[in-house]
Design a protein. Structure first.
Length: 269
């Protein structure tokens, strides 16, 4: 690093460093939303390494280790950043597509990689969202009192999520669902909510009820609320998931970037 650059470590909710991240987030909300959200909301289970030049974060490595495997997001100029500090656990690593070849060489110094997949970053804005479109499916905003229905839904499709995590989602995030004959059959929710960016995910429809437009309807409902709040809506989808991509395009999502998501296993020392 040059004399004007420095490496900062963020862990434990340092207010001054959160303010630094916040200033950079205001200039580029999409690429800094996860960084700001995790270190501010989850300071005990996140760690970040920031490469800073003249108070501008030019690159960062963010680790969020609440669940296994941890998620590591790499962004920007990472030369001189000691990535091994955030790669000591099994990880799902997110890397901008064009940077992946050089980052992969770095990852292989510390362990092995597998299950490489290209993910699209897509964003919906007030100008791209189809405000006048209605959907046949009636979407309901889920409340904490819907916890049993949500738990039953995920159990029925073989996805194990603790009741504590589901309640947190219902209390702290925006979740929509479709009920058929009193049974929850399709869901979508937010994972990150900042003033400028909401990250939409967890889109899933029970296999017995697919092909009816439910996933598009619940995603549109969450997206609409994000846009009405003044935020953009961001989501990630596999590059080869053509039906989902078509559905997201119909509700205003446009491609803004590609990343590689890759599983990383550290070398046993």
């Amino acid at each position: 690093m040059s004399s004007t650059e420095k490496l900062l470590r963020v862990q434990g909710g340092d207010p001054e460093l959160i303010r630094l991240v916040g200033r950079n987030y205001l200039d580029d909300p999409v690429n800094y939303a996860y960084l700001l959200y995790d270190i501010a909301v989850y300071p005990d289970v996140s760690k970040a390494l920031l490469r800073v030049e003249d108070d501008v974060i030019v690159g960062y490595a963010l680790a969020w280790f609440r669940f296994e495997p941890q998620t590591v997001i790499l962004y920007g100029e990472l030369s001189g950043v000691p990535l091994y500090e955030v790669l000591r656990l099994k990880s799902l690593v997110w890397v901008p597509f064009n940077e992946y070849p050089s980052v992969k060489r770095e990852l292989l110094k510390y362990g092995s990689v597998s299950d490489e997949r290209v993910m699209l970053d897509m964003v919906a804005t007030p100008d791209t969202f189809p405000w006048g479109v209605t959907y046949m499916a009636e979407c309901v905003k889920l409340k904490p009192s819907d916890i049993d229905a949500l738990q039953e839904f995920w159990d029925s499709v073989g996805v194990k999520i603790s009741r504590e995590v589901l309640l947190e989602a219902l209390n702290d995030h925006v979740c929509y669902g479709v009920f058929i004959d009193g049974k929850l059959v399709s869901v979508a929710r937010t994972y990150v909510r900042t003033p400028n960016v909401w990250v939409v995910g967890g889109v899933f429809t029970h296999p017995d009820f697919r092909g009816r437009g439910f996933a598009k309807a619940v995603t549109a409902a969450v997206t609409r609320e994000a846009l009405l709040s003044g935020a953009y809506a961001l989501l990630h989808v596999r590059e080869d998931n053509y039906p989902a991509i078509r559905a997201y395009r119909r509700i205003g999502y446009e491609l803004i970037g590609r990343r590689v998501w890759v599983s990383f296993t550290p070398r046993v020392m």
